[in-house]
Each structure stands twice: as C-alpha cells, then as structure tokens.
Design a binder for this molecule. Sequence first.
Ligand code: SAT
Ligand code: MN
Length: 613
Amino acid sequence: MLANSPSVKDATAKSWVDEVARITKPREVIWLDGSKSQYQELIDVAVGMGTLIPLNPQKRPRSYLARSHPRDVARMEDRTFVCTPTEAEAGPNNNWREPKSMREKLLDVFSECMQGRVMYVIPFVMGPVGSPFSRAGLQVTDAPYVAASMTIMTRVAPAAFDEIAAKHGFVRAWHSVGAPLAEGETSDSWPHNDSVYVAHFPQESTVMSFGSGYGGNALLAKKCFALRLASYSARAEGWLAEHMLIVKVTDPEGNEHYLTGAFPSACGKTNLAMMRSHLPGWQVQTIGDDIAWIHVGDDGRLWAINPESGFFGVAPGTSPKTNPVAIEMLASDTIFTNTALTADGDVWWEGLTDEPPSDLIDWRGAAWSPDSGRPAAHPNARFTVATSRCSEIAPEWNSPAGVPISAMLVGGRRPDTVPLVNESLSWEHGVFLGASMSSAQTAAAEGEVGVVRRDPFAMLPFCGYDLAQYWQHWLEIPRIAAAKTGLSIEEVRQQLPKIFQVNWFQVDEEGRFIWPGFAENLKIVIWALQRAAGSASADSTPLGLRPPLDEASLVSGEVSTSDLETLLAVDVPKWSLEADRISEYFETFGNEVPAELGAQLQALRSRLAKNPT
Ligand code: SAT
Ligand code: MN
C-alpha cells in the first residue's frame, strides 16, 4: 500500500491529516489513491477482520456480505448534531450544539481513539472531475469497510482533490468507530462505540463522526457533506443541494428530458431512478439515485449534477420485478450489508424471490426459517455498488455541466389524502408543495416505522440549517436566476422546472396499494414532462392541476378508470384537516416562515372553500 507516501500535494490537507493522527494515535496512516489494487487490499483487510464475508464467486463474483452490530443499523438522527454559531441558524429541525464546546467534546472523544488501528486517508471528489460544481473532501477513517465503501461511492482521486481544494478548499471529515485496540488485542468484526456523535460544523466545513460504522453515519461524503454541509454552502452561494434522484427520459422523437425527484429515504428513489421503460419508443436512463446539486445556468435553466459515483440502496423489496436494472447491477462487485446469506454463499432479502430459499442465515448470523417471526434481512439492509455497474447509466452522469432539469417531483409515502399527482400552479406553489411534504417513517432511520411526519423536500434529516430559511432560499431562486442571467423574472419563470407533488402509496380499505407503482410510475413522469413541454392537457382541482380523469395513457392493465378516479380524487374534508396540520407545522418555525408560504396556504384554503364536496 501507499503507507506514508501521500500523493496529495495540498499542504493544508497534509497538515490537517498530521493533526488528526496526532490526536487519534493510529498505528499506521495509509493514503488512498482510488486504485483497484488498493481497493482489493482494503477488502482483504476487512475479510481478515471478519467484517466482510466473501460470497460464492460462482454466484456473485468479487462480492461480500457485511453484518453490522445489531445496534448499528441505520442513521441515528438523535445523535446527529449541527453546530452553527447560533441555535436559531440550525433551526428547530436540527439538534443544535454550541460549536466551541462541541468541538472540545469531540476532540476529547477522538483522543487516542484509533490506537492499534490503521487510519485511512481518503482524498475524494464529489461530482464530475473538471466540473465547476464539484467539490473536494478528505475523510479519515479507521474502518476498512468504510474506506472501501467510500472508494465505491465517491471519486477517490488525489490529483483532482488538489485541483479542487486549491480553488474551493475541502471538507474535513473525521470518522472513527471509536474502538481503540490494546497491544495484542484483535478487533471485533464490526467495531463500534455505544456513544455515537455525528457532528457538523458548517462554518469550518467539518464533520466529526464517532462510534458508528453504518451508512450515512460513516460514509461522510453522502448525507453529511453532500447534503448537510452542502445545503449550508448552497444557500450562501446561490445554488441547491437536494435529496433528489436525477433521471433522463428520451421520448419517441428522440428528445431528451431530465427530471429530479425528492423522496424520503427508502421510498423507492433507487427504483424510480432505474425504471426500465415498457412503453414503446420511450427510454429511461439513470443519472443519480439520491443527491442532486443544482445550479442556475447561464440560460436561466436549472442544471443538476449527481455528486456521487455509486449507489447505497435499500436491498429489501429490490427484485427482478421492482428493479430489474438493479438486480443486474448487483450481479458482481457489490458489498451487501445486513442481508441474509444462503447455503450456497449468496445473498437474499425479503422480496427478492416470492419464496425464501431453505437454510438461510439471517443478517445477525443465526439460522433462519420462515417461522422465525422476524425478517431474514434487516429492513434497512443495503447494497453498495459503483455507478459504472449500472447498465442504464446515462453518459451525461459524468458531464461537467450537468443536465438541464425540466420537471421536479416531490413525494412521500401517504396511505391517503395526497393524490397520485398534482401539478403546482407556480414556482412558489411548488415550493409550498415541497415545504409541506410528509411521509410515513421507514426503516432508514431509527424511530417508529409508519408514523407520518412532515419531511419538507425529503430534507428533514439532511438540511444543514433552519428549514424555514431553506424554504426562503427556494423562493429566492427566480431572483437569483434573473440576477445571474439578466433575464426578467417572468422570462426566468418560463425556464424554471415545473414542480409536481406525487404519491405512489395510496391504499384501499384492505390496505392494498391502488397504484401499481414501479415501472408504471413512468406514465406519471411522462405526463409531468409533457406538461413541462406544454404538450399535455390538465384539469384544475382545489390542489392544483391533474391529468384529465379519462387520460387513457394512465388507465391500463391493473388500473381501472375508477381506480384512477380514486387516485386523483381530492377529499375536501381531509384536505381541510391537512391544511390545519400544515399550518401547525409551519407554526413550529415561528416568524421565520416565509410570508409567501402563508399566502400559499391561504390560497389553498380558499380554493378548498369554493369546492365543498
Ligand atoms: O444511511 S444513509 O443516510 O446513507 C441512507 C438513507 O437514509 O438514505
Ligand atoms: Mn437518501
């Protein structure tokens, strides 16, 4: 390996790494270069520790299973902190801590925490190399599993790191599992510490994460950098860092369209991002499945890049039926975490096949059978795989300019009330739809599954500052675009994407989903893109605009005309209650809530009052 021979030239980066090593006291420091051979060495170390179990190479070449500690299985929102100078800046949506005392606390916690372990130093780039929108980061970690996962999820590229760090500086990401080893002591297979901290210091572009080795708590480029810290910088710099997938849709005439979608964790973003078109002439390709960095272009349009270079997707529910593209992608070169293991050395999870194979070992390593009364895979079991493994990746995913967005979806998981699709009446109304988004909680974070919570733009756990100020920032976008381009606000409005509220998850009295979802969602995507292009018709409702009820393209197969009516219906009494709930929610942000959103709520109430059905 490249022990002690850093290829990063940035002097600030080197002295920061020296400082971290002085505090954490690892037995060795190894700089990563992103090479295949080094990735393999990380894997071999993790296999040696028992963190990774090699899968049967005949079944799944170069793939591994990790079993986490049973208490380290998801993001821990109550241990996630935002340390801005004032509490007001972090807002009621974040756990605020005073930066100076929190930094001291964490320096204390990190003191000698890497003893007996190797510290890996990861110089990485978020976004296409050479893009003016890309940013650099340096993560240290004492977990080879985390170092290998970061190699998949980001562009580990020392030279590009130097270039970007020179222009924009870099994010400092401290990570430790918090399990120092005494002389001669061997490591647990999933070292961790019960006292977890995931602390963000937006003003210092720093994250300090301690105790957890799982997902968003440990792969600091993802939620910590690309969303929490980036959203904070984006406000100051006039762009948007969003929890959004990006897809490309090519129509039968060969026109290319790009769309983003904000959905909470584990609400089908990866499936939507990898939809396979079953409609003649239409093609869908993936640009990103989780995060979009969006800038105003010189033409006044919004241009998006995917800052990541891999997928960290939820395994349960992924099947040849729900996401055939992902199933092919996972055939090799994948790290699985907390899935079940089959007798022949392959992985399995709920939903992969109708019947579970016999002789399964569950995610904790215990024998499992269908009468065990518990799932074989953890509900938040994940796969980590490179973007390059996705057969449907659009070549533009690596384009420095990004892709121009013509429509944005905002959606949650609601069993009722929210219709299948609702088109906003203006940019401001679209921001209101995003700001009032809500969803039933999933297993992606700790907390009670199923409880409906407000999750504005799916950013509740990821916005690095007060959400009300974040809504204000969204409302500023037309002005930012006008100032940047010299266009009038009215001209800019013509260029901005149209925003659509969607809900794939309505259920009937028996609790069955009414909309088939998955590949069928393409029909809604197409309607949205055609609306954006001005080529589809729509009807008014008290909520906004919807496809005509006799829209033939939406009625087919499993969906009858009466189903479509149910899916698109506006239940006025339920919506009056919903308006009250939105109002109560906005009130939790006090005076910070933009007046425009109050006006949008008022307008919704008066439209409802005119349609008392
Ligand atoms: O663990 S992550 O935060 O990366 C996954 C998610 O919640 O979307
Ligand atoms: Mn996510």
